[in-house]
Design a protein around this ligand. Structure first.
Ligand code: PEP
Ligand code: MG
Length: 585
């Protein structure tokens, strides 16, 4: 029995056999093809290419069915790469002119490009390398006759173990059979993790070398709460985890049934529970789980999954569709948060040394005005259809906020001149996810209608830890006393100025933090829709007084570990059946 630790991305416990994705690049045969057989070899390559194209088309259709239109667009990008002459030309000439066998011509050409991208050091190029790797895998699968092992053809429950999963692999997994996922690389909030978590199975990433410790068919316990994988568990461990899994499953089923219950504390304090979404289709789930509206619509995902920038009309359609689905509940549209780990394909040609400290989010929008304005036009037009709030991400300085507001006003004026009715009372807010904004919250509060605290980024910028870097993940925690102090500062400043405040970082959906956040003064949280019922459970079991007492108590602690321990003890006290049902911490 072996236990491997990683970063918890999606909660739950999975128990199944391992399906280890092959490291196929090491086993590609290499031989010379005699001149008279080279045409045939080239034909073999062309056939593999069209078969890969066929696969991509099928995966695109599957993604469309399971994950929606936007997710399926990732495959359009890959289909585009398959037509790229700079990628395919050298392979054809190796086969035809040099007599290299097709398999090796593919592997060597792809691996040169992948190495070049990886050597550039930036995340942007690393992501591009993963896309190319994904294509290589598809073509080699056909050339080497291993297509039957493709993930999409799974026919029994498995925990998928991979060194690194590309976003397309994550989106093309047969969701009926994948019950868990673990990878060597990756961070909690990178592109692949977000898509994987949307599959609704427990996910652990950043396990360093799990692929070296697990063989195909090994029995695996994957604990998406603790971020741990047990390989080959003994009978006792297995029985313990089975009990925990069954208890958590029961807890989740019971809480899901209470979706319609009010999110009110024992002493009558109402908490608004909003949803974080990436695509409009998630609104259906949000309503099913009893959400009060959308507190964070990460609009950049539509751009990330499209080969080209979506048009104003496409955006307008998505936004109005969301408003209609919400049936009068508010929709908080966050303007583009591109850059860093959420880059566009266009940006891939401009690598940055420190993307998280670089041209991301509102900074990116302010330097790409035509694109920003197109999005704002779509948002403002949609505002006429139903309740909508606009939120700017990663505001760091007052100048940025004022510029963003000015552009918004300018776009509204243009629309009105064109005869489009734009409501004059659209609430304008900002994310508080940078320490400078948290520290200056009372100043920012004069300029906005609402705040949303983005702890995912606030943590990384406060403790100087890249949120997607598995090597320093132990330092990345909302229990860090400095993070708690900043959150408290924002809530207080906002309260003094009468500014509505919510919190939309991942901790909003982690029961560990619910009492603390209420105790610090929050009355609104925005979280992954599926997490709403269990957060509601906590709320319904506590009083404001005990939450405030807890907030005061942990406010005096200096150690992150002690804070986390006490928060978990208190949560277990009020909700014993959820013990172990927390996220990463
Ligand atoms: C955050 O930073 O907390 C947040 C909600 O935004 P994102 O995760 O999209 O960066
Ligand atoms: Mg953020």
């Amino acid at each position: 029995m072996k236990t491997i630790s990683g970063i918890a991305v999606a909660p739950g416990i999975a128990i199944a056999r391992a399906f280890v994705l092959e490291q196929f690049r090491q086993r590609v045969p290499h031989h010379l093809v005699v001149p008279e057989e080279r045409e045939g070899e080239l034909e073999r390559f062309e056939q593999a290419l069209s078969a890969a194209e066929g696969d991509l088309g099928a995966d695109r259709d599957r993604a469309f069915r399971d994950l929606g239109n936007e997710a399926s667009k990732i495959f359009e990008f890959h289909l585009g790469l398959l037509q790229d002459p700079t990628l395919l030309g050298p392979i054809r000439s190796k086969i035809k002119d040099k007599g290299t066998n097709a398999d090796f011509a593919v592997a060597s050409s792809f691996s040169r490009i992948i190495d070049q991208f990886n050597a550039m050091g930036s995340q942007v190029f690393k992501d591009k390398a993963r896309d190319v790797l994904d294509l290589e895998r598809r073509i080699l699968d056909h050339l080497m006759g291993r297509s039957q092992e493709r993930l999409s053809r799974l026919d029994q429950p498995v925990v998928v173990i991979a060194h690194e999963l590309t976003p397309t692999q994550a989106a093309s997994m047969g969701i009926d059979h994948v019950v868990g996922l673990a990878t060597d690389a990756g961070g909690r909030t990178d592109h692949t993790s977000i898509i994987a978590a949307a599959l609704g199975v427990p996910v652990v990433v950043g396990c360093h070398a799990i692929t070296e410790h697990v063989n195909d068919g090994d029995r695996i316990i994957l604990d998406g709460h603790a971020g741990q994988i047990v390989v080959d568990p003994d009978e006792e461990t297995l029985a313990t985890f089975e009990r925990t899994r069954d208890r958590l499953d029961r807890f989740l089923t019971e809480t899901a049934h209470q979706a319609d219950a009010d999110a009110v504390t024992l002493d009558g304090v109402e908490i608004t529970l909003l949803g974080n979404i990436e695509f409009p289709r998630e609104i259906e789930q949000l309503i099913k789980f009893g959400g009060d509206g959308v507190g964070l619509y990460r609009t950049e995902f539509l751009y990330l999954t499209s080969p080209e920038e979506p048009t104003e009309e496409e955006l307008y359609e998505q936004y109005t569709q969301s408003i209609e689905m919400l049936g009068g509940r508010p929709l908080t549209i966050r303007t583009l948060d591109l850059g860093a780990d959420k880059h566009t394909q266009q940006q891939a040609l401009e690598p940055e040394r420190n993307p998280f400290l670089g041209l991301r989010s509102i900074r990116h929008s302010l330097q790409h005005l035509p694109m920003f304005r197109r999005q704002l036009r779509a948002i403002l037009r949609a505002a006429a259809v139903g309740p909508l709030r606009v939120m700017f991400p990663l505001i760091t300085t007052m100048t940025e906020l004022k510029q963003a507001r000015m552009i918004l006003n300018d776009v509204a004026d243009d629309l009105r001149e064109e005869g489009v009715g734009v409501p004059s009372d659209i609430p304008i807010g900002m994310m508080i996810e940078v320490p400078s904004a948290a520290l200056m919250a009372s100043t920012f509060a004069k300029e906005v209608d609402f705040f949303s605290i983005g702890t995912n980024d606030l943590i990384q910028y406060t403790v100087a830890v890249d949120r997607s870097n598995e090597r320093v993940a132990n330092l990345y925690s909302a229990s860090n006393p400095a993070v708690i102090r900043l959150v408290k500062n924002v809530i207080r400043a906002a309260k003094r100025r009468g500014v509505d405040t919510s919190l939309c970082g991942e901790i909003a959906g982690d029961i560990t933090y619910t009492m603390l956040l209420i105790g610090l003064g929050l009355r609104s949280l925005s979280l992954v829709p599926a997490q709403i019922p269990r957060i509601k459970q906590v709320i319904r079991r506590v009083t404001l007084e005990e939450c405030e007492r807890l907030a005061r108590r942990v406010g005096a602690f200096e150690s992150q570990r002690r804070i986390l321990r006490v928060l978990r003890e208190e949560t277990t006290r009020v909700l014993p059946e959820a013990d172990g049902g927390w996220n990463a911490g």
